[in-house]
Design a protein around this ligand. Sequence first.
Ligand code: SF4
Length: 353
Amino acid sequence: MLLYIHIPFCDSKCSYCAFNSYVDKFAQREKYMHALSLQLTYEFKRFDVSETNLIETVFIGGGTPSTVDPHLYSNIFQTIRPFLKPNAEITSEANPNSATYEWLEGMYALGVNRISFGVQSFNDTKLKILGRAHNTTHALEAIKNAHEIGFQRLSLDLIYGVKGDTKELLTNDLEQAFSLPIDHLSLYALTIEEHTAFEKTPELAREEIEMTEWLFEQIESRGFEQYEISNFGTTKSAHNLGYWKGKDYIGLGAGAVGFLKNTRFYPSTDIEHYISNPLEITEELLDENALLGEKLFLGFRSCVGVEAALLSPKQKSEADLLVNETILEYQHGRYFNPNFLLADEIALRVEGY
Ligand code: SF4
């Protein structure tokens, strides 16, 4: 069982961002955190959380979790602490400008043991284009502070495929990243989403497959294994792996999503509505085809692979054909995809049979 907590507050809106986040709702922070506690207690019953059904990982995402003071998280941590697996991975996302030394120290004291920093680039001009609120100095300082405080597990996000990217710029991004005490890196191609500032300038997204492959090689040559299309590390994120393995997850907060067996849960995305009605949660029932489709897409995009026993005889013979074509690999009853860039194509091919 995994737990995701959504913090929908941000200092400013990045130009590419379509996440559920608000820059003008800080006054709601305390009430929001209280509503999270109410939903948490409710979800613990629904998900049957107990001493024999513990929480394996926690991920605080957003939005920007570092815009909320650690003491406002303490009730939530008090509730979850008795139900955490020993050595549970507890990650918080953070932005370099708001993850101050005090914030990092406070979260460490609560039990957070992994920080994922939204760095995106170490080039200040590119950061400005992306509409980020921090600069390179903030990023370097925040990550060094986190390490000094005692965080052993640190990750950062980088964005590529932006107009103006060159191999030189991206090499500098990687060199700066690898000069830091990180064990994990997430790499995302810029995509243009509806209702973002970039919507009107789609030409800013310039992903070229040759550059993507080059970046993958560069990261792997520095010793970080690619274990999903966008994720690399010497240590894998147990929370991410949990999603891809199809584990149940509690989704807490405005804009979060939960999943239990065959049902998805959607709390309200509107902060005020969520605060007044944290238990008003929409349910979506997934049929067997939808569940299998998800397993195929997630499995082929990651090191998790796809269990052969889940496939129909026709789907299995299509997967075997892909093994013969050396596109897929087969081991111990599972199909694995060694080239994540082909994942969607492979999933569609197998699913169609
Ligand atoms: S900090 Fe993250 S969630 Fe907030 S606006 Fe930027 S990309 Fe979106």
